[in-house]
Design a protein around this ligand. Structure first.
Ligand code: SF4
Ligand code: SF4
Ligand code: FES
Length: 343
């Protein structure tokens, strides 16, 4: 008979939760939700050995555990530090944490270009969010930034190394979900850069997912680049019959035109289901998809500020019992939502 595993307690900024042993402080914070959750630019729960690289998730441990209540002398990376029973953590309530995060943000931006007005990631960029929440108002750097030319690293993927924060998510994704990894981080320290192996191009079946895991605009979809600012598109849940992946995706639409296809992401901006490159890059015709309805985006995008839900599609939902079942919303809910103006 299996023994029930005893949960342990952790308190973050005064809010307590219980987690299984082996849970990181970051995952415990996500369980609590809200402002207690530290930002994470390199950790990705779906990728083994992610985290520990960007230091944006630093927190102060003011009480180590019930058994040893001494505080931890240094700030710790919450994605790589595991909860002890009775642990007390300070996230935004700690001035040391806020100061450190500001410094980390400044370091991440030291070589970063002012590309937001032309960057495809703008509006759904974790670095923009980080800069807004924790950055300084002005830069102190006066020296020349290191610069690279944008590079086509495969038939469908563009690398803008200038924007890369070397989080290594794309490398782990290519290692862990594609058959062969053809790129990596070359050199070390301030010379480090993402590059493909000599004469190699990224074109394996699932490699397009590296675009979705990239927290910044360093990796972009060549089939969708510059076609639209993200806030002018409407994300729609859709699915198709696909032999390689679940076929569950988000279509970013402008009118009836599909501008781009991405995987569905959860509230932590992490992919729910990896999608294959055929769905992502080659199915740009609406008739290849069954549209389920508007996707609610609650953070990580300026479009969450708009009521983009489209009455026209909602009415199609009301007329289509199958779609209604998939969307999980009842008639009252759909009608209530339609009181918002369409944008
Ligand atoms: S990656 Fe983000 S912060 Fe950098 S230029 Fe693009 S939108 Fe701006
Ligand atoms: S290209 Fe993107 S995902 Fe890859 S290391 Fe750079 S920032 Fe991270
Ligand atoms: S998210 Fe923890 S170090 Fe990057």
């Amino acid at each position: 008979m299996s023994e029930e595993i005893k949960k342990i307690k952790i308190t973050i900024d005064g809010k307590t939760t219980e987690v299984l042993p082996g849970t990181s402080i970051l995952e415990a914070a996500r369980q609590i939700g809200g402002r207690e959750v530290p930002p994470a630019m390199c950790y990705y729960s779906k990728l083994e050995s992610s985290g520990g690289r960007c230091r944006t998730c630093l927190v102060e441990v003011s009480k180590g555990s019930e058994a040893d209540p001494r505080p931890m002398p240094k700030l710790v990376a919450s994605c790589r530090t595991y909860v002890m029973d009775g642990m007390e953590v300070k996230n935004l309530s700690s001035e040391r944490t806020r100061e450190a995060r500001k410094a980390v943000t400044e370091f991440l931006l030291i070589n970063h270009p002012l590309d937001c007005p032309v960057c495809d990631q703008a509006g759904e960029c974790s670095l923009q969010d980080l800069g807004y929440d924790h950055g300084a108002e002005q830069t102190r750097t006066e020296f020349e930034r290191r610069t690279f030319d944008a590079d086509d690293i495969g038939p469908n993927i563009k690398l803008n190394m200038n924007r890369c924060i070397l989080c290594a998510r794309c490398v782990l994704t290519a290692s862990q979900i594609t058959e062969s990894r053809e790129h990596g981080i070359l050199f070390r320290g301030d010379r480090a850069e993402i590059s493909t192996y000599l004469n190699k191009a990224l074109d394996s079946d699932f490699v397009g997912n590296i675009i979705d895991v990239c927290p910044v605009g360093a990796l972009t979809d060549r089939t969708a680049r510059f076609l639209s600012r993200v806030w002018f598109t409407k994300p729609m849940n859709a699915h198709c019959a696909c032999e390689k992946c679940s076929g569950r995706a988000v279509l970013w639409m402008k009118g009836d035109e599909i501008v781009r296809v991405t995987a569905r992401k959860n509230q932590w901006n992490e992919v729910e289901d990896w999608i294959c490159d055929t769905c992502r890059f080659e199915k740009k015709e609406a008739e290849k998809w069954t549209i389920e309805g508007p996707r609610h985006v609650d953070r990580h995008s300026v479009i969450s500020l708009n009521h983009y839900e489209n009455p026209e599609y909602e009415h199609r939902l009301l007329d289509n019992p199958d779609a209604k079942e998939i969307s999980g919303r009842d008639e009252e809910d759909i009608k209530a939502k339609n009181t918002f103006p369409n944008v």
